[in-house]
Write a protein that binds this ligand. Structure first.
Ligand code: MSK
Length: 645
């Protein structure tokens, strides 16, 4: 791959440098494999390949318009779509289940190394879910809350309790549409049943179940995951840190955590701070230990502990190519199976840690049972032992890093806006009503080798804050913004529009708020709900001037997230298409027809500047409907205004 080609694939200097190094070191990366896979299957891309039964595989063409069983293209495309949504919901929800089970172990006193870190979060959740608290110890309350959460997975008939956290009007819409889901597990099994050969053939019925399943994620498993994580590991609050490959250091032992679940990574943060472990590292000739993260495990430990972020999704291989990673510890989701192949060129050890997620070539160390802190210390010592195996000639850590502020949970935003005793979303609602802030965009998702990594994310984010749109981010998109220096308040002074800048200055927040990992997209729904409950911006999520955007998405989880945003009444812009183009009916239902039901739909816009225009148009429509789109007289904030805020 020559220099020009490298420049087409990645945006930031650190990634450019490492992709060039990959060529020098003869390492095959996802960028090379994307070239090898260039002529991607048109049948797969348009969703018209059916391999659900063994009469096929069948591929729909004008000459062969039906599968052998008689399935139409609409049935086939809708079935494939529903299975993708179920994959995404299952990933988030199973993550949530693991955290809930950990919470149970902790409450039963069976998880050494863990504790209930945030009793306030526990009590708040107990209130929300109606768990009796009067005179009861935290552990007792936690055990009852765990029972409620476990029931969210196993409930057969009643609807999910977590749905009741949505605005009343939205709940009524779901009720009328008949898409209120019952238990998470049941809905996933039903999805697989419906899509089995010879069951549900009505494309609309299948798509409705896709939206129903998506609700088990955003208003079910993902929300439960965030709540349980906050109880166990602490509710995030603003924290400073840095992002990009340059967070690794030449003279320290570098350990990277990668994946999604915080159970081990949070304990690893404790292990690396242990004095005995620090001594062990010094004895091995290292100046210390650097713990950093990739993808959403990174976001989890960043949000709560300020652990630096080494990179986002498409940087996972590039991080190893620095030649300076002693160990990469992986858990679940978004960890490429290629990691051990890349690591084989260097001294890096890849360690998988959960029995449901093994990778050929990775050493497997189960950390789920027994004393996790001891297991974490064992892993750190093993990484330290590997320090001596470095090949100095192969080490090149890019210098690039950028400062950031993360940790904007809904609780933290409320506190920032209103202070400890008046914590509320009122100032945000007022700023939207007064046209200082045009609206809110939740920009989420991944990177994708189909586009230049981070480019769409960053153009869109910068252009929106210029136009006074407050941006909420999660996942790998937030890491894109971090690398580009957009997660610090100073950026507001430099590029944000006047109104947004005034609000950011008055409150002391960046114009782009990092709200967590991809499972934390439920926090965006929570924030939007707070806006509705605060009043003045309509009585449903569909009324709020807010949009969701998934610019560079790639995973099934992103599809599910998009669906639960739309089902919640929030329009979603996609930077690249779903695999549904083969069915005009499915395509048009998702991008238009479902608006009649949910008040929102998907919009495929592959150019970031056009996406900005559409977003502004959508926000303005909402503002018009609310009657708040009048021009307000421009007025600079004085100290009195700032205090009032
Ligand atoms: S890690 S799902 S690449 S956001 Fe959550 Fe990043 Fe997307 Fe994975």
């Amino acid at each position: 791959m020559d220099k020009l080609k490298v420049l087409e694939k990645v945006l930031d200097n650190a990634s450019i440098e490492m992709l060039q190094k990959a060529q020098d070191d003869c390492v095959d990366t996802c960028f090379d494999r994307a070239d090898t896979q260039k002529n991607q299957c048109g049948f797969g891309r348009t969703g018209v390949c059916c391999r659900i039964c063994h009469l096929g595989p069948c591929r729909i063409t004008p000459k062969a318009p039906k599968g052998i069983c008689g399935a139409t293209v609409d049935t086939i495309v809708a079935r494939n779509f529903l299975r993708e949504v179920t994959g995404g919901a299952s990933a988030h929800s199973d993550h949530g289940r693991h955290i809930v089970l950990k919470l149970r172990e902790v409450a039963e006193g069976k998880a050494p190394g863990y504790s209930i870190k945030d009793e306030r979060a526990l009590r708040r959740a107990a209130d929300q879910y109606g768990v009796e608290q009067e005179g009861r110890e935290a552990n007792e309350v936690a055990l009852d809350l765990v029972k409620v959460f476990m029931n969210e997975f196993s409930e057969q008939e009643e609807t999910l309790k977590t749905l009741t956290l949505a605005p009343q009007k939205r709940q009524a819409i779901w009720e009328n549409l008949g898409i209120k889901p019952s238990g998470i597990d049941r809905m996933a099994v039903e999805a697989m049943h419906r899509t089995h050969m010879g069951v549900d053939h009505d494309y609309k019925n299948l798509l409705q179940h896709a939206f129903r399943v998506s609700l088990t994620d955003g208003w079910g498993g993902a929300r439960v995951a965030s709540i349980a994580s906050d109880i166990l590991f602490g509710t995030p609050a603003p924290v400073k840190s840095r992002a990009n490959l340059g967070v690794m250091q030449k003279n320290t032992v570098n350990i990277l955590v990668h994946g999604h679940e915080p159970s081990l990574s949070d304990i690893l943060a404790v292990a690396v701070a242990d004095p005995e472990i620090k001594e062990y590292a010094k004895a091995a000739g290292a100046e210390g230990i650097t713990l950093a993260g990739i993808c959403c495990t990174a976001n989890e430990v960043l949000m709560r502990r300020g652990i630096p972020v080494a990179g986002n999704f498409l940087q996972q291989e590039l991080a190893i190519i620095t030649g300076a990673v002693e160990m990469m510890i992986i858990d679940v989701q978004c960890c490429m199976p290629s990691l051990p192949d890349v690591a084989a060129h260097y001294h890096t050890e890849i360690i998988s840690t959960l029995d449901i997620a093994k990778t050929i070539g990775a050493a497997h160390v189960n950390v789920e049972k027994g004393d996790t802190l001891e297991a974490a210390k064992g892993l750190v010592k093993r990484a330290i032992d590997n320090f001596k195996n470095r090949d100095a000639a192969k080490i090149n850590i890019p210098k690039d890093t950028a400062p950031l502020i993360a940790g904007f949970s809904v609780d933290a935003i409320k506190y920032m806006l209103g202070g400890r005793y008046r914590a509320s979303f009122r100032p945000l609602n007022d700023a939207i009503m007064q046209n200082r802030i045009l609206g809110v965009a939740g920009i989420v998702g991944c990177n994708n080798t189909k586009m230049k990594s981070d480019e769409y994310n960053n153009i869109l984010t910068a252009e929106l804050i210029k136009r006074n749109v407050l941006v909420l981010q999660t996942g790998c998109t937030a890491i894109s913004s971090a690398k580009a220096g957009m997660l610090v308040p100073e950026i507001a002074l430099e590029i944000a529009g006047t109104g947004l800048r005034e609000v950011c200055e008055a409150v002391g927040i960046p114009p782009v708020l990092h709200m967590g990992s991809c499972v934390d997209n439920s926090r965006i729904l929570e924030a939007a709900t707070e806006v509705v409950l605060e009043g003045g911006l309509g009585d449903d999520l569909s009324a709020v001037p807010a949009v969701g955007v998934a610019p560079e998405w790639m995973s099934e989880k992103a599809i599910t997230i998009g669906c639960y945003f739309v089902a919640s009444g929030i329009d979603v812009i996609l930077g690249n298409p779903f695999y549904v183009a083969g069915s005009e009916k499915v395509n048009s239902y998702l991008h238009d027809g479902c608006r009649a039901e949910f008040g929102a739909s998907f919009h495929l816009i592959e150019d970031p500047y056009q996406a900005v225009d559409r977003i502004i148009e959508l926000l303005n429509k909402k503002r018009d409907a609310l009657g708040i789109n009048r021009k307000t007289e421009r007025k600079m904030f004085d100290m009195k205004d700032r205090r009032a805020m």
